[in-house]
Each structure stands twice: as structure tokens, then as C-alpha cells.
Design a protein. Sequence first.
Length: 170
Amino acid sequence: VYNGALYVASAIDSALRQTYESVEVVVVDDGSTDTTPKILDSYRREGKIIYVRQDNKGLAAARNAGIYASSSEYIALLDADDLFLPEKLSRQAGYLEAHPACGISYCTLAHFYEEEPDRMLNLNYAYHSGADVFPALLWKNFVNPLSVVARRSVFETVGYFDENLKRAED
């Protein structure tokens, strides 16, 4: 989160409401100057989150800091202005558990309108699997970071986010 006071509590609550039994929520405050630290303080004091505060270094560095601070086998990325549906982690972790050769699971997502939170915009991307993923990604990036659940071993093997990239770090 960076200056996300308006949304961060909803994002955290959506992570805490997961049906997946073993959820660890790491919140990286990337140098917020608004009321974000005050909002996060109650979650931290109640032991609901692991809190990491750093100087503003950008999205890639914040993502890396969260991964480093986590002890979970599975990593899911949630930005302050996004929400998880309650079964997201159970379904995707369940898929990864059932398919040990698979390193990353991704899913569809919907955009909501701030003025009408019950109205959703579905993008209807075509989703790919196996050998079809790489050529499809070269054509169009259809995988949103919010939709990913990855094994920790993927980051350990392939590497973490490039902190020199200010855009398209994913």
C-alpha cells in the first residue's frame, strides 16, 4: 500500500475473510504519507497482519518485501485498491495442491465501479494453460497480478520482482 487509506481496510478484510484455513496477511506500507499507517496500526496491534514499513521504493520493492516477510508456501498479491473473493485462495491453493508440477495458478477477475460497487465489469479474457501460456503472453498479457497464486519456490527459482522497473514489474 502507498497512500491507500481509502481502500486498504477493505483489501485487508477481504484477505482475512478467506475460506482457506492458513492465511498469513503481510502488509507492506511503501512510505505512505496519508492516514494509512494509522489504519494499519489496529490490524497490527490485534495480530491480524504482519506489518512492514519501508521508505517509498515502488511497487516491485514492496512486492519483494512482502514475499520476504512471508513464511507461507503460497504467495498471492493484493494491492490496497483490490479485493479477494472469499474462496479465491482455497480454490487456487487447492488446484496447486492437486497439481504438484504446476507453479502458478491464475484466475479471472472483475473490475468494480467505485460509484456502484455491486456493478462488475468482466473483461472476458481468453485463458490458457500448459504450453499455450507463453505464446499467448507474448501476444497479450492476460494475467493480472491480483489473479495469481504462486508457490514460493517459483520466486526462489526464477527470481523476484525487478526493482529497477517502475512499470510492468510483473
